[in-house]
Every structure is written in structure tokens, then in C-alpha cells.
Design a protein around this ligand. Structure first.
Ligand code: ADP
Ligand code: MG
Length: 719
């Protein structure tokens, strides 16, 4: 949760807390809560999440404490419970319901007595009683908001109702307040439904685990399993921990994490994730991570943080609302005085129109339109194994036009295999391979792993190496038996000395075959330039399904697909050729990590919106340079999970098209929502000024628009 700190630049002595706030269903409420908190001494940052019904507060613990903060929020009119819980009822429970029913009954009685008895005191008395019941929560909130100088809807509604009462429109006043109370109740109920739907989607970890302790099995809360303990997972049970299988084999459905329901086979030594579903075999799993630190816990954390961050559309909408509301209130003032002064109609008539404008000034549907969609979309995506780290990235992915992909490990399976080892001078193949894997020991590069696998298959032991360093996009270096050993691309070597004709010839031959050449060199002294002792050819194939995945990306609306690789042009082209005519438009080869960054920056300057896909480990700079950086196969890799804007849990290119499509759909829903909310508002401003709209119509329209916008936003859960 670093974003509050980042936003306000607050120091390390700041504490933070999360409070659950009930009945906060509109951003003007959020404004009221935020303003009331900001006036408190010691409060350093406030982030209100309307959709989740939560407030995150950064505060100086020596000045103020959470109970005091909770009281401030409660005093602003929103019941608070410390710490987010799953059971908050949002709207404040049954009391508002009783009051709304009472207001409705009284209002009906007032209407009836008006009709039957022809107005008079009784009808007025019922109407006033209806106003009291309907305004029970609204008016006090409005007063509090006015005191913290927030133009909130409760305040505007209260003024409108009071104004109607003043000009004798007591039934209008009663109906407006009653309908508004109904609207608030309905909105808060439907926001609760939305919250629950989202929460249910995210609730995947099992609550209990069967752990082996003191020689027997014990049922304990999943959170109580300690790292290193062994849990028993029966067939059909959910795995309660992140861990490694110590006994048993089974197929595991990892859909909760990767979004792929195709089960994966796991045997002793294999990793499993908390929240995934065990298949037919019984397993014993040694826990490798604390419950708060499992992959699924990190995903949920990331989604929560993402949901609280603001999407650009939301920022736009909120900025708009901040201008819109005062503007309409000003217009209402103008409407109430100017036309009658100019002799166009009576004071009462224009005063009434002004009151309708006050109701129209509430931007409720507009403000809720974006967050409700973004939050649903982020939750829906997470359930498909697509972790989008914020509304900004969702919108950027939805607008991407160009996709750039790293070659090794992204377009290719990252499982290259050795096809040939050429030696020079008196070196043997065993020497060359043994030296190579010695200095590659710490590297996680796919080529390093390929060499290690090859050595194991050939029974070549690794020599002992020291001082290993890696040069990103070039290779590695280290010291073996006092001699400098260097492993990597031709470029890694030509930096110190030119290559011999023999070596160049071999590399060209590898190149023509589309193979990646890795040179192994040994320096005589510690500083001498390394002499090439061997050249290893590795072949890497495009992933199965990669061609289809790229076609799918185009179908999702991507117009240009570019391969970025540190490998040679010929090798890049060989992989591109495998991907078919619909695959790669352009191969850019021989790129060092900073060249990839430059390539992406150039594309962006050219007006493209670039989505960069990589493994998130050695191409992090390029991911960061793109409009949106996507890392693949991140379940289990913390680095990738942290660095990418979007993390695909599964190691599956097919998720890319799905991601883009998902983001576009969410983007469309956001646009429709904003447009719809703006249009209803615009229409009602006109109708109000023209004198066609009544108070209750305006309230009804606002309620209808809010409900529609919420329902539409929820569609983003299931695109
Ligand atoms: P890509 O852009 O295709 O993912 P990289 O930028 O990771 O490729 O690497 C570019 C080239 O640098 C590789 O083709 C290889 O020749 C060399 N290289 C990088 N890292 C290593 C390593 N650990 N061992 C051997 N060669 C390496
Ligand atoms: Mg790479």
C-alpha cells in the first residue's frame, strides 16, 4: 500500500489504518468523509474507496489514533467500524428502511387526505411528518457536510425540500425527500450487492488446513500453519498453503490463480499454491510461505490496492463533478432571480425551477460510473489469472495499438536445447560445457537453464566458480580456478577483442540455421581478454499456440506486433517465420536492454500506445518504458508480480488477447456509463430550466441513472 505515501510524500513515522464506512455510496459522501478527516490534526493522507466502502488513512500515531478517526467519520454521518470486515451492511441496516417505509406511508396519507379532503391542515401535517421521516438521515448529513464546506447531495436535497416547503409545495417537498431516501437505500443496497459479488469472486483460500503436528493430524486455521510444517491435502480439497509436495502425486486445478482450468500434474518436489484445487491424489505439502505471503494473498493485496487507485477516467469525472456541482448551484441562483427580475414569469415559478436545479446538481450517477466499473473489471480479471494493477493500466491496455514482445521466454517457450557444441584449440566438449555451467550457476536466463539441463543429461559436472556477474542481454562472467571465464553472445566478446575467423565462421553457420550461439571463453591471467574455447548452438522454438495467440491479439484490435530481441537478426527471423504471416510484423534484433527501452520510447513518440510483454525479470526496464507492461507466467515469481503493470499468472500467450479484449470492454462500459450519466444530467438541466421537470422527477432520474450505471458497471465482472 505504498501509494498514499507516494502521493503525499509522508515520512516513515506515519501509521496507517483501514476503516470500513457504511452508507458511503456516492462521491459527494466520499468528499464529506475526506474533508472531515483532513481537518483532523495528525492526518496525513486519506484515500476513500467508495466502491469497497473503505477509507485508508495515513496518520501520525503520536497525535491521533484510529478510534478518534472513526469517531470523526461517524460524526460526519457515516457509521464506521475499525478494520475492514466482510459483514458490514453498507446502508446502515434496518433503521433507514423503517424510516423510509414510514415516510412513504405518511406521504401516501398526505396525498390521500389532499384528494379526499381537498388539501388543508391534515394533508400538510402528514407531508411535514413524511419530511421528518424521510429527512431523518439526510438533513443532519447535509448540515454536517455544509459545515465542512462540501457541496454534498444531502445538503442540496435538504435545501431543495426546505425551499419547496417555503413556497407552500409541501407535498413536492415530502415526495422529493421520500424518493431521495428510497434512492439512497436502493443505491446502497445495490452497491452492497456489487461489493459482495466482487468479494465472493476474490474469496478463494480455504479457511482450514490439516497439519501434521506431534505425529498426528490436526485441523487448524490455514493462517496458523507455520513455514516448514507439512499439511495433508485430501483429494478434492483446496490446497491451504504455498508449498512443495513431499509425498503423493496428483493433478491440480490452478484456475483460481492462473485462470486456466486445465489441471497440471504435480509430483514430489513440485510447487503448489494456496487456493488451488487438488485433484484425485492425496498430497503432503511442506509449507514454504507464511499465510499472509502466499501468491493468492499477494494477488488479493494487489487487487485491493489497485481498486483503490484512481483510473484516469475517474480523475476526469471527479474533476468534472467538482466544477459541475457549483456551476449548477450558481445557475440555480441565477434562475431564481434573473428571469423574474426581467419580468418573465413569477418569483415562485422560477424559485421552484431553481430548486429542481439544485437536485440536478448532484453528480451521483456520474461519479459512481467509473469506479464501479473499474473495480468489477479488476476483480473479474483477477479471477481469470490476469492481475491488473490499477485502473490506469486497465485503461492503457484497453487503448493499446502496438504490442511488443520479448523473444526468449516470451514468444519462445524459453526451453531452448543444445544442438551442437563446437570446440577450439585443445578444449574438449566436457571442458566447455563444465565451464559454461559453472559461471551460469546463478543465472536464471533460459539459456543458462538450457545449458544446465544439457550438462546434467551428459553427466558433465560443474566446476567451482566464484565472482559471478551478469551483463544483461550479453551473458555472464566468473572465475574458475583462478582464470576468468566468460559466457555469452559474440557482442559480449567483441567488447574486449575481435573474434577469430574460425569463431566467426561457426557463429555464421549457427545463425543461418536460426540457432542462438553462445560462446565460452577463458582468459589466461585475471585481466587478459578471454580466448574462445567453444561455441554452443541452442535452438529455441516458438511456443505452441503462439501463432494463434498473435492472431487473437489482432482480432482484439492490435494493429502492429513487434519482436524485440537481444539475439541475432537471423535467429529472430527464424522464430518469426514459425509464427506465420499473421504473426510478427517486424523483428528488431541485437538489442541490449537499453535499446529495447529506446525502441519502445520511439514507438510511443510516434503516437503508438505500446503494450510490452516480457518475462518481467530481465526485461523490466522495457516493461516500465511501455504504456503498459505485461509479465507472463508470474505465479511464483515475486519480481515479475511486482514489476509488471499487468501480471499474467499463467505462462500462456493466449491470455494476451483476452486481456486486451477484457480491457476494451471495460473501457467501453466506462464510456457508456459516463456518457449516459452526462446525458441524463444535461437533459434534466434543460428540463428544469424549461419548467417541465418536477422535484420528484429529478430525484427519480438521478436514482434511476445511478442504479443503471451500477448494474452496467457490474457487467465488467463477467466480460
Ligand atoms: P531476448 O531479448 O531474446 O530475450 P536477451 O536479451 O535475454 O534475449 O539475451 C540476448 C543474448 O545475450 C542472448 O541471445 C545470448 O546470446 C546472450 N545472453 C544473455 N544472457 C545470457 C546468459 N546468461 N548466458 C548466455 N548467453 C546470454
Ligand atoms: Mg529475455
Amino acid at each position: 500500500m505504498g501509494s498514499i505515501r507516494a502521493a503525499t510524500g509522508i515520512g516513515p513515522e506515519t501509521s496507517r489504518c483501514m476503516l470500513t464506512v457504511a452508507g458511503m455510496d456516492c462521491s459527494s459522501c466520499a468528499d464529506a468523509v475526506e474533508k472531515s478527516l483532513r481537518q483532523v490534526d495528525g492526518v496525513r493522507g486519506v484515500r476513500v474507496d467508495v466502491v469497497a466502502g473503505r477509507v485508508e488513512i495515513a496518520y501520525a500515531a503520536d497525535i491521533v489514533a484510529p478510534p478518534e478517526l472513526a469517531r470523526v467519520i461517524t460524526r460526519a454521518g457515516y457509521p464506521t467500524t475499525a478494520r475492514a470486515t466482510a459483514t458490514d451492511a453498507g446502508g446502515g441496516g434496518s433503521r433507514p428502511l423503517v424510516l423510509v417505509v414510514a415516510a412513504g406511508t405518511l406521504w401516501a396519507l398526505s396525498l390521500a387526505s389532499d384528494h379526499l379532503l381537498g388539501g388543508g391542515r391534515l394533508a400538510a401535517a402528514f407531508a411535514v411528518a413524511a419530511m421528518v421521516a424521510g429527512g431523518w438521515y439526510i438533513v443532519p448529513r447535509g448540515i454536517r457536510a455544509a459545515r465542512s464546506r462540501a457541496l454534498d447531495m444531502n445538503f442540496l436535497m435538504s435545501i431543495a425540500a426546505l425551499g419547496a416547503l417555503v413556497i407552500g409545495e409541501y407535498q413536492e417537498a415530502a415526495s422529493a425527500l421520500f424518493l431521495f431516501a428510497v434512492a439512497q437505500l436502493l443505491e446502497s443496497r445495490s452497491m452492497d450487492r456489487a461489493r459482495n459479488a466482487i468479494r465472493a469472486l476474490m474469496r478463494v483460500s480455504p479457511a482450514a488446513a490439516t497439519v501434521i503436528r506431534e505425529g498426528g493430524e490436526q485441523r487448524v486455521p490455514a493462517g496458523a500453519v507455520r513455514v516448514g510444517e507439512v499439511v495433508v491435502v485430501r483429494p478434492g480439497e483446496k490446497v491451504p498453503v504455498d508449498g512443495v509436495i513431499v509425498a503423493g502425486r496428483s493433478s491440480i486445478d490452478q484456475a483460481t490463480i492462473t485462470g486456466e482450468s486445465m489441471p497440471v500434474e504435480r509430483e514430489p518436489g513440485g510447487a503448489v499454491f494456496a487456493g488451488t484445487l487438488n485433484g484425485e491424489g492425496a498430497l503432503e505439502v511442506r509449507s514454504t510461505r507464511a499465510a499472509s505471503d502466499t501468491t493468492i494473498a499477494r494477488i488479493m493485496d494487489a487487487v485491493e490496492t489497485a481498486q483503490a487507485s484512481r483510473a484516469p477516467s475517474q480523475t476526469f469525472v471527479e474533476r468534472f463533478a467538482r466544477i459541475y456541482t457549483p456551476l449548477v448551484v450558481l445557475a440555480a441562483l441565477g434562475v431564481s432571480v434573473l428571469p423574474p427580475l426581467l419580468g418573465a414569469g413569477t418569483w415562485t415559478e422560477w424559485f421552484y425551477r431553481a430548486l429542481v436545479l439544485l437536485v440536478v446538481a448532484c453528480p451521483c450517477a456520474l461519479v459512481i460510473s467509473t469506479p464501479v466499473t473499474v473495480v468489477s473489471a479488476l476483480a473479474g480479471a483477477a479471477r481469470r489469472g490476469i492481475l491488473i494493477k490499477g485502473g490506469l493500466h486497465l485503461e492503457n491496455a484497453g487503448r493499446a495499438t502496438v504490442v511488443a514482445l520479448d523473444k526468449t521466454g516470451t514468444l519462445t517457450a524459453g526451453q531452448p536445447h543444445v544442438v551442437e557444441v563446437v570446440t577450439f584449440d585443445d578444449a574438449t566438449e566436457r571442458d566447455v560445457v563444465g565451464l559454461a555451467i559453472a559461471v551460469e550457476a546463478r543465472s536464471t536466463h533460459p539459456l543458462a537453464r538450457a545449458l544446465t539441463r544439457y550438462a546434467a543429461a551428459q553427466g558433465v559436472p560443474a566446476a567451482a566458480a566464484a565472482d559471478m556477474t551478469a551483463a544483461a542481454g550479453l551473458g555472464v562472467m566468473g572465475t574458475v580456478a583462478g582464470r576468468r571465464v566468460q559466457v555469452g553472445s559474440a557482442r559480449h566478446f567483441t567488447r574486449s577483442a575481435p573474434l577469430s575467423a574460425a569463431v566467426t565462421g561457426v557463429l555464421e553457420r549457427f545463425d543461418r540455421a536460426g540457432h542462438t550461439g553462445v560462446l565460452v571463453g577463458v582468459g589466461d591471467g585475471h585481466d587478459a581478454a578471454p580466448r574462445v574455447r567453444g561455441a554452443i548452438a541452442l535452438a529455441d522454438r516458438a511456443r505452441p499456440g503462439a501463432a494463434a495467440a498473435l492472431r487473437d491479439l489482432r482480432a482484439a484490435g492490435i494493429t502492429r506486433i513487434i519482436m524485440l530481441t537481444g539475439d541475432t537478426e537471423a535467429t529472430g527471423r527464424a522464430v518469426a517465420a514459425e509464427l506465420g504471416p499473421q504473426g510478427i510484423d517486424e523483428v528488431r534484433a541485437g538489442l541490449l536492454p537499453h535499446d529495447k527501452v529506446a525502441a519502445i520510447e520511439a514507438l510511443r513518440r510516434g503516437g503508438a500506445r505500446v503494450l510490452m510483454v516480457g518475462d518481467g525479470v530481465n526485461d523490466a526496464p522495457a516493461l516500465a518504458a511501455a504504456d503498459v507492461g505485461v509479465a507472463m507466467g508470474t505465479a511464483g515469481s515475486d519480481v515479475a508480480l511486482e514489476t509488471a503493470d499487468i501480471a499474467l499468472m499463467a505462462d500462456d500467450l493466449g491470455k494476451l488477447g483476452e486481456t486486451v479484449r477484457f480491457a476494451r470492454k471495460a473501457e467501453r462500459i466506462i464510456r457508456v456509463n459516463i456518457a449516459f450519466a452526462l446525458l441524463t444530467k444535461a437533459a434534466f438541466v434543460l428540463l428544469a430550466v424549461a419548467g417541465v421537470a418536477t422535484l420528484w422527477m429529478a430525484v427519480l432520474a438521478d436514482m434511476g441513472a445511478s442504479l443503471i450505471v451500477i448494474a452496467n458497471g457490474l457487467r465488467a465482472l463477467r466480460v
